[in-house]
Design a protein around this ligand. Structure first.
Ligand code: CA
Length: 105
């Protein structure tokens, strides 16, 4: 859960297989949050879907951890996907244009 201020989350290898995070701004102030998620050294087939209904919600599948993001705000919040090595692909066709800032490495 993101609080007030700028937060960074990094999701890597862990015991969890599903993680949901809320970027709801604290105190009514829009702060930049950054969510980073890692793939594997093997082949990753990542799919990013999301839409905006007041705030944005995003789902990332195809990585070791299924990631859900809610209350994202484009222009403030960033989703960074690092697929690491391998013959990877990231499908963002299901992600609306006004949901979240996306960085793919
Ligand atoms: Ca990979």
């Amino acid at each position: 859960m993101a609080g007030a201020g700028a937060d960074t989350f990094r999701v890597g290898r862990s015991d969890v297989t599903e993680l949901n995070t809320s970027l709801a701004p604290g105190g009514g102030v829009s702060d930049p949050d950054r969510v980073e998620i890692e793939g594997t050294q093997g082949k990753d087939r990542v799919t990013v879907t999301g839409k905006k209904v007041v705030f944005g919600s995003v789902t990332v599948t195809g990585l070791p951890v299924k990631l859900g993001i809610s209350f994202a705000q484009i222009g403030f919040d960033t989703l960074a996907i690092d697929t690491l090595g391998g013959d990877d692909s990231v499908d963002t066709t299901g992600l609306g244009p006004d949901v979240i800032d996306l960085q793919i490495d």
